[in-house]
Each structure stands twice: as structure tokens, then as C-alpha cells.
Ligand binder design. Structure first.
Ligand code: XMP
Length: 514
């Protein structure tokens, strides 16, 4: 296994991701925890020093244990990691001044000969890289040679080939170093990794870690039916079986047959302790007459916590709460003062619960990106249709029913949404679209059907492409698709006599209507 020593870079997790893509097992540990003893116990086959915000010239700035250099294993230092290596091994680092600090895109050109570490590099002469450094190496350590330079970093790529030590000033793990993965590939090959680690192995490791963390204690998990909470629940179930209880809160704002499908899927395939908390009367009752979007969200968020707590209280001596937090939800950084600080975005449905209930957190997906969670879901046997589902917001249909929510409107919306999604699937467009849904508009319009006048609801259809939901473009359906879908909805769903297609991007619109 490979050890990544984290000196606090915002992109350390991307190193781990690049290595997982190469099927190499690695672990990230903050530098404070990596002592000589730790290192001896861990027995890494190779080590990577991450970047970091500090300056090696500052007294007390982060360092690896010095035994790292005498273990006889390959080391790769990145940015701050390079500077640490040069400093520790007898080179010299200079403080950044405006003239030498470098941020953003740069081009590295070859210098001297072409070591094995650079196989696949400089095929077209120079390589685009991403730099982000204040300090810079002024003198390389004895034994090192320069293999790549950039205008701002004369020592952009350095190595001591006899010891298998490599040190680069730029960040090969980020997207803006397009050929960066090749350097990781070369490094792990030179370190003797065969790339035989898989998501199946990750599953086993996570299961072992969960068992170690939880012991014989009980765990509760809020299952929403989304991919993240589903994978979390199943992984926990594999690890600790009946010590886990999942609570599926049905707030009455789910899509057509969704609650039944989710519960059925879990009962049929996984046999886990699952409480189906049908609290729709409570939620819909409290939402009666409420039309302000933020008030809706607040009511739903608060009720969710109350309800979850009510069910969780029935489970005696639950000590842990399992949550499907993903890496992008976690901003981890090692601050200048030395202590790692962790901030989690507060958008989780159960945010605030652990403190309130005195629960400890189990977050087995904390290291993963969304596509890796999907791969893990696949590994755990979740049906493909489940894994590939579009995102669905916590407040559910409440925010797709602008204005006042009534059971009538929700029924109409559910049916229309099902027809719309059926159309998208039939035309093979589901996976091309990031999110698609119908919304019921707070107005009635006049129409004519057969010989009669109608006065029914109007519906808005939304479909967007996006990478992360932060920005989005509306999906360019063909006119044929739109007419066919509009006709089907009006014919099949009583209560709708008009269909609009929303062709607003985000910004200026948002994805949801509220
Ligand atoms: P907007 O509407 O802000 O949506 O462009 C971006 C993404 O976030 C989802 N969304 C929510 N998810 N609680 C959630 O859990 C919410 O209150 C909420 N509001 C929007 C939305 O479905 C889209 O994927």
C-alpha cells in the first residue's frame, strides 16, 4: 500500500483518486499522525508528500518523519512536498516574492535526459502543468538532477534516480495538468505496484474499518432512497448486520410509487432492519397553506429531524449515526496553526442531529467521489436503474409545486412526472440528462377537449444537463419529443390541460422552480 502524507493541500484527495483510478491502494494520513513508529507500522511500499499552504522556512512548519528517507521506498513530493524534500535532504528553499510566486497554468520543458519517471511525457516537446506556489526551490539537494523546467520554476521536475526520489513543483493530480495521471502511473510502476486493487477490495476494507469503529454498538441510518444513503446503508449492513437500523422517512412528497419501490428494493435484496416511517399526514398537515419556498424548506427540515429522532429513540443504545457524506461535501484542510480543521456543508437532511442526540458519526463514503460511490453501489449489487437515478431534492415535490401544496396537486404532479420520465427513458435520453422533472404551476388555464371547455392546471417540464448542479443548461429536446410528451401528459393525466417546456439555463434560473 501507498501512504500519502497530507500537508494540508486542498487537492490531496485528488491524489488518492488518481491512484484509485490506477487500481493502487493508498491511505491519506495527516502529517501530525505520521510519526516514525506510525511509519514503521504502516510499512508503505511508496510515499507521496502532498502539497500544503505552509512555508518550510517557518519554524515548526509541517515535516514528515525523517525515517521516511531511509526506509528505502520511492517518494514523490508535490509542491510543498517537493520543498520539504529539498529542505530536508540538503537543498535550499527561498521565500516567495512576487517575481517568483507562480499561480495557474505553466509549461514545463525537458531538461537533460529523460528518466523512466517521464515515460509518456514531453512527446510534443512541452507539457502544460498547474502551478500554485509562493516559495520555490533555490538549490536542489545533493544527488538530485533537474529533468524539467518552467520559466517560473527552474526545478519543476527533479529526481534522485538512485534512491527513487521524485519531486515536482506543480500539481500533477489536478485537471489542469492534463497529462498528470501519467506521472502517477510511472511512479507507482517504478514502486512495483501491479494495479490489482479494486472496488471489491475497497468494499472489504471499508467493512473492516466500520467493524473496528462501531464494535458491538448500534447504528442508525436515514435512508432516502438516493444513491449515497443507499450505498451507506448497504455497506453498514454488510459490516454489522442487525446492529444497523435504517429509517426511511416518507414525507408524502415523493414521486409516484417511490416509497414502495425503495422499501421493496431494500427488503427484497438486502434484508436489513428497515423502518418505513409514513409521516405524510404530519408533513402535509404542517405545510397546509404555506406557499413561501424557504418556509416550506424550514418546515420540512425541522419535521424531518423530529421524526427521525422519534424513530431513532425507539432503538435502544444507538451510539452512531451513519451518513452518506461524500468527499466533495468535506473540505479538509490543515490550518497554518497545525490542527486539521474539517467543515461539512450543512445541506444534509440530518444536519445537526448527531450533536443533538449525542451520536457519533460513521461516514464510510467520505473519501469517495460520486462516480466512485456509483461503482461501489454496483459492487454491492444495487440495481443499475437505482444507481443511475437523477438527483432528487430533500424537500421533494414540495419545491416542484410552487405556491400552496395540496394533495390534489401532488397527485396530478406525480402522474405527469411519471409520464414525462417514461418518455425520456423510452427515447433513451435518461442518462444524457442530469436531472429532469415536472412541476405543477400555481395557475389554471382554459382549454378545450372534445366539445367541452376545460379549466385545469398547467405543467412545466424541466430537463437540464450539468456536471455538479452549480451551473446547468436546459436540454434541447426535439420538437417531436416535446409534442409527443405534451400530448401524452394531457391525455393520460386528468387535471392538466397545458404543458410548458422550461428553456432557462442556470444561471439565471435555478434547476428547481423554488
Ligand atoms: P437549484 O434549484 O438550487 O438546485 O439549482 C441544484 C441542485 O440541488 C437540488 N436542490 C436541493 N437538494 N435540498 C436538497 O437536498 C434542497 O432544499 C434543494 N434545493 C435544490 C436540486 O434538485 C438540484 O439537483
Amino acid at each position: 500500500r501507498l501512504l500519502i502524507i497530507d500537508f494540508g493541500s486542498q487537492v490531496t484527495q485528488l491524489i488518492a483518486r488518481r491512484l484509485r483510478e490506477l487500481n493502487v491502494y493508498c491511505e491519506i494520513h495527516p502529517y501530525q499522525n505520521v510519526t516514525d513508529d506510525f511509519l514503521a507500522g504502516f510499512a508503505p511500499k511508496a510515499i507521496i508528500f502532498s502539497g500544503g499552504p505552509d512555508s518550510v522556512m517557518r519554524d515548526g512548519s509541517p515535516r514528515p518523519p525523517q525515517s521516511a528517507y531511509t526506509l528505502g521506498v520511492p517518494i514523490l513530493g508535490i509542491c510543498y512536498g517537493q520543498q520539504v524534500m529539498m529542505h530536508d535532504l540538503g537543498g535550499r528553499v527561498e521565500a516567495g516574492e512576487h517575481a517568483t510566486a507562480e499561480f495557474g497554468r505553466a509549461y514545463v520543458a525537458p531538461a537533460s535526459d529523460h528518466p523512466d519517471f517521464l515515460t509518456g511525457w514531453f512527446l510534443d516537446g512541452k507539457e502544460q502543468v498547474w502551478m500554485s506556489h509562493g516559495d520555490h526551490v533555490a538549490e536542489i539537494a545533493p544527488g538530485f538532477q533537474v529533468y524539467g523546467t518552467s520559466p517560473g520554476a527552474p526545478f519543476a521536475i527533479t529526481a534522485d534516480l538512485s534512491r527513487n526520489f521524485y519531486a515536482v513543483q506543480f500539481h500533477p493530480e489536478v485537471h489542469h495538468t492534463p497529462n498528470g495521471a501519467t506521472l502517477y502511473e510511472n511512479f507507482v510502476r517504478l514502486a512495483g505496484f501491479t494495479g490489482d486493487w479494486t472496488m471489491g477490495a475497497y468494499r472489504e476494507e471499508m467493512i473492516a474499518k466500520i467493524r473496528e469503529q462501531v464494535g458491538s454498538k448500534k447504528v442508525i441510518c436515514a435512508l432516502s432512497g438516493g444513491v449515497d444513503s443507499s450505498v451507506t446503508g448497504i455497506l453498514l449492513h454488510e459490516a454489522i448486520g442487525d446492529q444497523l437500523t435504517c429509517v426511511f422517512v416518507d414525507h408524502g412528497l415523493l414521486r409516484l410509487n417511490e416509497a414502495e419501490q425503495v422499501v421493496q428494493m431494500f427488503r427484497d435484496n438486502y434484508n436489513l432492519n428497515l423502518i418505513h416511517a409514513d409521516e405524510s399526514d404530519l408533513f402535509l398537515g404542517q405545510l397546509e397553506g404555506v406557499s413561501d419556498p424557504e418556509t416550506k424548506r424550514k418546515i420540512i427540515g425541522k419535521l424531518f429531524i423530529d421524526v427521525f429522532q422519534k424513530y431513532a429513540d425507539q432503538i435502544e443504545d444507538a451510539e452512531f449515526l451513519a451518513q452518506g457524506t461524500l468527499y466533495p461535501d468535506v473540505i479538509e484542510s490543515v490550518s497554518f496553526s497545525g490542527g486539521p480543521s474539517v467543515t461539512i456543508k450543512s445541506h444534509h437532511n440530518v444536519g445537526g442531529l448527531p450533536e443533538k442526540m449525542g451520536l457519533k458519526l460513521v461516514e464510510p463514503l467520505r473519501e469517495l467521489f460520486k462516480d466512485e460511490v456509483r461503482a461501489l453501489g454496483h459492487e454491492l449489487g444495487l440495481p443499475a436503474s437505482f444507481i443511475g437515478r437523477h438527483p432528487f431534492p430533500g424537500p421533494g415535490l414540495a419545491i416542484r409545486c410552487p405556491g400552496e401544496i395540496t394533495r390534489d396537486k401532488l397527485d396530478i404532479l406525480r402522474k405527469a412526472d411519471a409520464v414525462y420520465i417514461d418518455q425520456i427513458r423510452k427515447h433513451g435520453l435518461y442518462d444524457e440528462i442530469w436531472q429532469a422533472f415536472a412541476a405543477i404551476l400555481p395557475m389554471r388555464t382554459v382549454g378545450v377537449m372534445g366539445d367541452g371547455r376545460t379549466y385545469d392546471y398547467a405543467l412545466a417540464l424541466r430537463a437540464v444537463t450539468s456536471v455538479d448542479g452549480m451551473t446547468a443548461d436546459y436540454y434541447p429536446f426535439t420538437h417531436d419529443f416535446l409534442s409527443e410528451t405534451s400530448t401524452r401528459i394531457i391525455n393520460e393525466v386528468k387535471g392538466v390541460n397545458r404543458v410548458f417546456y422550461d428553456c432557462t439555463s442556470k444561471p439565471p434560473g435555478t434547476i428547481e422552480l423554488e
